[in-house]
Design a protein around this ligand. Sequence first.
Ligand code: ZN
Length: 330
Amino acid sequence: MMCRQIERAFKVITIFLTIAVFASTARGDLSGWRIGIDPGHGGTDPGAVGPTGLQEKEVNLTASLGMRYFLVRQNAEVFMTRTTDVTLSLSSRANFMNSNDVDRSICVHHNSSSNPDPNWHLTYVAEGTGWATSGDLAFDISHRVTDFNGLGFGWSNCGREGVYEENFYMLIYTYMPSVLPEISFISNPLEEQRLYHDRYCYGNGRGMYEGIMDHLGGWGGDAGEVEGHALEIAQLPTEFKLHQSYPNPFNAQTVIPLELPQRSMVKIELFNVSGRNLGTICEGIKEAGWPKVHYNAAHLASGLYFYKVVVEGLEQGGSFMDTGKMLLLK
Ligand SMILES: [Zn+2]
């Protein structure tokens, strides 16, 4: 008798646990949700530029790729206006969101000021939507991003912490609930140094993802896990690649973007037009991903230069070599 009672109790508990596990899985799943991500600026439009030359278009993309990784892992369908450094008009970005009929549109930006001091987070929504669905999403994103990067909120004009109403193009020409997070101030010298690290940008991407989870899925995970998860970026490049340096022409800061499918030893050397080796721009181990090598050519005269990249894969082997040219105009 006693045994049967225990067995019955056990069955009830098992059924209860099964339901609980199923419910928590369902709550954390974004299947069926179509999320649009627009990494702001790109190509000929660098966006804001930090005190030592870091360009907003670059960090917008890195944070966006981080966000996409986590969303895809939760089975969301993600639509990105750009995944590389290309020039796009605002109307084509809005059309992209509308024609793909996404459920939420997230335009990723970093803020800037002529004053080097400010550094805070705000997520923008169209006027009058601070307490509507857009405002709910903005509130969740703002709180998760600041959980990660430790920044405070800028002043709100709608009485909702972390949310600011302003009629940016992408907020009023998209048909779905739309938000525009300005993650932090690239114009702040200390913040710019943090933004140079891809892992920091991926972490901000995870913060945005967690805000979306809070908004749509009811659970966003633990922001404290960012460092470990940032290493898992699933959509790594599939091959070694060297991209054109930018800006080009330049004076005197430039960025050489690479794609590495695996952890690699990277060496970049500089040559002049007559083929003379002018020294090494960079030599060392880089993690898999989209590393950007920053170079300051202030000591060189105006002219055309070549950069030669040699890469040795450290995980699956293989090697890669390519050359690019850049024009220094002082
Ligand atoms: Zn921007």
